[in-house]
Design a protein around this ligand. Structure first.
Ligand code: SF4
Ligand code: SF4
Length: 306
């Protein structure tokens, strides 16, 4: 089997497994301008309490150190955009409606690995927001789309509501060209709609971002932040909902991302009196459990008392 045939097989199997797009980049060191940009961003403390971004710098800058022997980075994107979504009542970010995406995406990637092994023995590892890997950088290198001013990967004619995943394998494949166009143009809708100025013309400061504050920040929320949160008590989607490229967004077909009835049935009053038992029931197998019951209550309280 030639590298070209292998690439084409991997991509067709990825689509068959439900991924919206698949591209392949050559595993090599990250371009110096991109690695130094991330390092400076962290050195300026803009990562807040996300101390994991301060570790494993060498691996982040070179996937061959993360997975020794890898030659190809298979990049995929899985649509999470929920079918039913009511932003008028207290709610969670779109991506948090269903089962834990780390597991859903990685399970599919390991299925892909098994399919590849049916025709050629390969070794590798799967990742989804679970390793020191510049996911959007590699997705852009693999031709999936461009990184917008909202710092999200934008897939042409599809938008931003996608989880990214990667399979780092030892096989040599045919590599895609990077996506070099940037279709943001003069648009600044994401910047204009960011309620906390986390997103600015000079970049992104996670310490001000509601997604960071509601999920990663373990201490008290800054005074007055509830007024910026609107009705969303976990994450924030405004730099995505404002993006004109999301007019192309379609609802997900991935069954695991269908919200549970118990989640859909919650109203504002229910959230304010959420019990531990309800929390355990609603968020079993959910990535929201990373945040924890007490922190979720903290977030809800910030909105209620505004
Ligand atoms: S997630 Fe919300 S707070 Fe964070 S940059 Fe986007 S719009 Fe701003
Ligand atoms: S809102 Fe506009 S500037 Fe921001 S990412 Fe989308 S297209 Fe780019």
């Amino acid at each position: 089997m030639t590298p070209k045939e292998l690439s084409s097989y991997i991509k067709s199997e990825a689509l068959r497994l439900g991924f919206a797009v698949c591209g392949i980049a050559k595993a090599e060191a990250v371009a110096p301008e991109d690695s130094s940009f991330t390092e400076s961003w962290v050195a300026e403390g803009k990562n807040g309490q996300m101390s994991y971004l301060e570790r494993n710098t060498e691996k982040r800058n070179n996937p061959k150190l993360l997975v020794p022997g890898c030659n190809s980075i298979v990049c995929v994107a899985l649509n999470y955009n929920p079918k039913a979504y009511d932003e008028n009542k207290l709610h969670l970010s779109r991506y948090a409606q269903g089962e834990d995406y780390h597991k859903v995406v990685k399970d599919k990637l390991y299925m892909l690995m098994r399919k590849i092994n049916e025709i050629k023995p390969v070794k590798g590892r799967a990742f989804c927001d679970s390793a020191p890997l510049l996911e959007r950088y590699w997705a852009q290198k693999a031709g999936l789309g461009w990184i917008g001013k909202n710092h999200q990967l934008i897939i042409p004619n599809a938008g931003t509501y996608f989880f990214l995943g990667e399979l780092l394998i030892d096989a040599v494949t045919e590599y895609d060209n990077p996506y070099i166009e940037n279709h943001c143009g003069h648009c600044e809708a994401c910047i204009d709609n960011c309620p906390t100025l986390a997103l600015g013309r000079n970049g992104f400061d996670a310490r001000r971002c509601l997604a960071y504050l509601t999920i990663e920040h373990r201490e008290e929320l800054p005074e007055g932040i509830g007024e910026k949160m609107g009705k969303c008590f976990y994450g924030c989607d405004r730099c995505q909902t404002a993006c004109p490229h999301n007019r192309f967004a379609k609802p997900t077909e991935t069954i695991q991302f269908t919200p549970k009835q118990t989640l859909l049935a919650m109203n504002d009053k229910d959230w304010t009196i959420l019990t531990r038992e309800q929390y355990d029931n609603i968020f079993a197998n959910s990535a929201v459990d990373y945040c924890g019951y007490e922190q979720l209550k903290r977030n809800i309280k910030a909105i209620i008392k505004k």
